[in-house]
Write a protein that binds this ligand. Structure first.
Ligand code: IVH
Length: 692
């Protein structure tokens, strides 16, 4: 790899890691497995080590993943978008260095021995609980604050919710210190997880992919009474050494248990790598029998003075490391293969399996991804296959146990025609998947699009798979706009529908008229336009007419939009079928502009394209919203069309020199606020406007 290739790969890895970190921590809906995520992170670490000139303090290798909605800047204490107040952690909440290799654990222990140079010390080995981190503060023995990890510096205040977790004590007993912090993990045991997902499926809500996402989503519920019903539990594993005066971590945890706090009894004090290995091997086998999810082992130097000597990097303590277990695998028989057609027409092979237990749940179906992968595996019906759970809800088949193949096992044939509508499938050379091109007539695609449109993250209309199927079968809905024409009378006559269900459905339709433009854009189902892209596009263009008039060059100006997405948006906006549908949805009263709902404050920046760079007194996203609210547009790169560069502290030097070259003015935040009526609003006013 040469320097240029390395720089490009570094950029790509940062983008991938940031996107997936957001999916994991903010959306609670990861799409890649932890192993895949960690592998990308390790690749980035080694590239940055090999090419230090491309290293940057902003790289995900130096930052703790954030579960906050928007990155925070400055020292203010704004309200989170989720409605939680964000508070600064007294001691930063760091992550842990991790590895999948036992030899790296050996390196960790030898490094510690070398640095601690003859000091006697031990290792506290613990389970690595797979939930969501929490930091509790007790004052006078009472729980006074609970914060999520957030971005490690600021966390969401979830005290009211933590008080509803059954094993978190409100009041301690015994000889507890006057004030201290203790950290741990909130978990959802498998039993509660299964019950919750059953309930969600009954309500036609999307199920959670795994107990970790369910725990994290539940801890951030707005209604504390609802949290009480989620069956969450907590286990505590760390008291910051600055907070107490114990000689060792072990003593601190034993004391915490005496005060009534939930501390795991699965810990073991080890003295050398041999004992650590035994502990790892034991729990790698036994963890299947635990009632909650674990994803590894944490090894901590036990003596607090040794911990102080070893210290911290920007992201991790040097006195602890996590050994992560590879995703659990199960082996079972492949009974048959279904070919499912998604809303974009992509055909996915899905394996029907002999039911098998995997990470606490029974697996009956798993994805085979695409025809190429089936071919590479040379899979046959009747084979014994390995199944793994990745980040997604659907487990995947990772290989075939050839030693168990029976003679005469039949090679499955990938269909040439759409399994739903019979249209011959097509495949473009740069795609691994086959597609049904019958977009307007294929029932699976039509139903898939309706379902995507109604989904919670899109229009949030009370219609899941069963309802969409009913409406489709009766010819009541083909396109999203049909939903807005349904009458109470039509709905009440559906099988199993009662008046109340019809009214609830109609209420949710009415509510959906207020859904902001960015989600409407996402709901329209433009290929490759996920939530993040839809948000960026909505912010950039402000309304559907500007988007419809955009050229490819205009689209390429939007952050993170490349050739493929730009072409897909252009095709969609120029398709007469889509144009008609947009007109119908508009007529139905949906939001097709970001300034709907009276958000526009003035037209002071009308017609101006502004590039922002550096840090401001508000977050960069809030600044973009402020510009849009005054009629301006933002762009990521300086060009002849740029009205001015809005420069905060530490603006990018490349942007500054480009401005100088092109004669583009550079404006400070103070000067910028003067351009707005009444100075752009007080800081609090802006926060209120932009965060809700
Ligand atoms: S100690 C300063 N111990 O794993 C280090 N963390 O991937 C404090 N975790 O952020 C963390 N089980 O949320 C520690 N027994 C355990 C743990 C544990 C799970 C989580 C924790 C951490 C993450 C890192």
């Amino acid at each position: 790899m040469d320097r240029i290739e390395a720089r490009n790969r570094i950029e790509e890895l940062r983008r991938l890691l940031e996107e997936n970190s957001r999916r994991y921590y903010v959306d609670n809906a990861p799409t890649i497995s932890d192993f895949e995520f960690d592998t990308l992170m390790h690749e980035l670490e080694s590239l940055e080590a090999a090419y230090p000139e491309f290293d940057s303090p902003d790289s995900p290798t130096h930052k703790v993943g954030s579960d906050l909605d928007a990155p925070l800047e400055g020292n203010a204490e704004p309200l989170a978008r989720t409605g939680f107040v964000q508070r600064r952690h007294r001691y930063p909440m760091l992550s842990l260095g991790n590895t999948y290799s036992i030899s790296e654990i050996e390196e960790f222990t030898s490094r510690a021995e070398r640095t601690l140079d003859g000091a006697r010390f031990s290792y506290s080995c613990e389970l690595k609980f797979d939930g969501t981190a929490i930091c509790l503060t007790y004052r006078g023995g009472r729980l006074v604050q609970a914060l999520t990890r957030g971005d490690g510096v600021w966390g969401d205040d979830v005290t009211e919710n933590a008080l509803r977790i059954s094993n978190i004590p409100r009041q301690l007993h015994g000889d507890y210190p006057e004030e201290f912090e203790i950290r741990g993990e909130v978990l959802m045991p498998y039993e509660a997880f299964d019950a919750l997902n059953r309930e969600r499926e009954d309500n036609e809500d999307p199920p959670f992919a795994n107990p970790r996402n369910a725990a994290s989503g539940s801890l951030k519920l707005v209604d504390p009474e609802e949290v009480a019903h989620r069956g969450l539990i907590c286990t505590l594993y760390h008291i910051p050494a600055e907070s107490v005066t114990f000689a060792s971590h072990w003593e601190a945890l034993d004391a915490a248990a005496r005060w009534g706090l939930p501390v795991s009894d699965k810990r073991r004090l080890c003295h050398d790598i041999g004992e650590i290995r035994e502990y790892i091997d034991y729990w790698d086998r036994q963890r299947k029998f635990l009632p909650f999810a674990t994803d590894g082992i944490v090894i901590k130097i036990n003596e607090l003075d040794c911990q102080r000597t070893l210290g911290y990097t920007a992201k991790f303590p040097r006195w602890a490391v996590a050994f992560k277990f590879k995703a659990e695998q199960a082996c079972t028989r492949l009974v048959s293969i279904d070919y499912q057609v998604g809303r974009t027409g992509a055909v996915t092979p899905v394996a029907n399996l002999e039911p098998v237990q995997l990470s606490g749940t029974v697996v009956r179906r798993a994805t085979l991804n695409n025809a190429d992968i089936m071919e590479q595996m040379d899979i046959r019906t009747g084979d014994y296959v390995f199944v793994e759970k990745g980040g997604e809800i659907i487990p995947k088949i990772t290989g075939v146990d050839l030693s168990k193949r029976e003679a005469g096992a039949v090679r499955p044939e990938f269909p040439r025609n759409c399994p739903d509508c019979g249209t011959p499938l097509v495949k473009s050379p740069d795609e691994a998947r086959w597609f049904c091109p019958n977009q307007d007539g294929c029932p699976m695609q039509i139903k898939g699009r309706l379902l995507h449109f109604t989904s919670r993250r899109a229009m949030d209309i009370l219609a899941g798979e069963v309802t969409v199927e009913q409406l489709y079968e009766l010819g009541l809905a083909r396109r999203p706009s049909d939903l807005y024409k349904l009458s109470k009378w039509q709905l009440s006559s559906l099988e199993g529908w009662k008046d109340r269900a019809a009214q609830r459905f109609l209420d949710s339709l009415a509510e959906s008229r207020k859904v902001p433009f960015e989600r409407v854009l996402f709901a329209m189902g433009i290929r490759y336009v996920g939530e993040t892209t839809a948000k960026a596009v909505a912010r950039h263009f402000g309304n559907i007419d500007a988007l419809a008039a955009a050229s490819k060059e205009d689209l390429l100006q939007v952050d993170d939009i490349g050739e493929v997405i730009a072409s897909s948006i252009l095709d969609f906006m120029h398709d007469p079928v889509q144009q008609e549908e947009i007109a119908r949805l508009r007529e139905a009263g949906l939001q097709f502009s970001t300034d709907g709902g009276g958000a526009a404050l003035s037209s002071a920046l009308e017609g101006k394209t502004i590039v922002i760079s550096g840090n401001f007194s508000i977050s960069r996203d809030a600044m973009k919203e402020l510009i849009a609210a005054h009629g301006g547009k933002t762009s990521s790169s300086v060009s002849g069309k740029t009205a001015f560069l809005l420069a905060g502290t530490k603006p990018g030097p490349e942007k500054l020199s480009k401005c100088e070259k092109l004669g583009v003015p550079v404006v400070s935040e103070e000067e910028f606020r003067k351009m707005l009526p009444e100075g752009g609003g007080a800081r609090e006013g802006v926060t209120e406007l932009t965060l809700f």
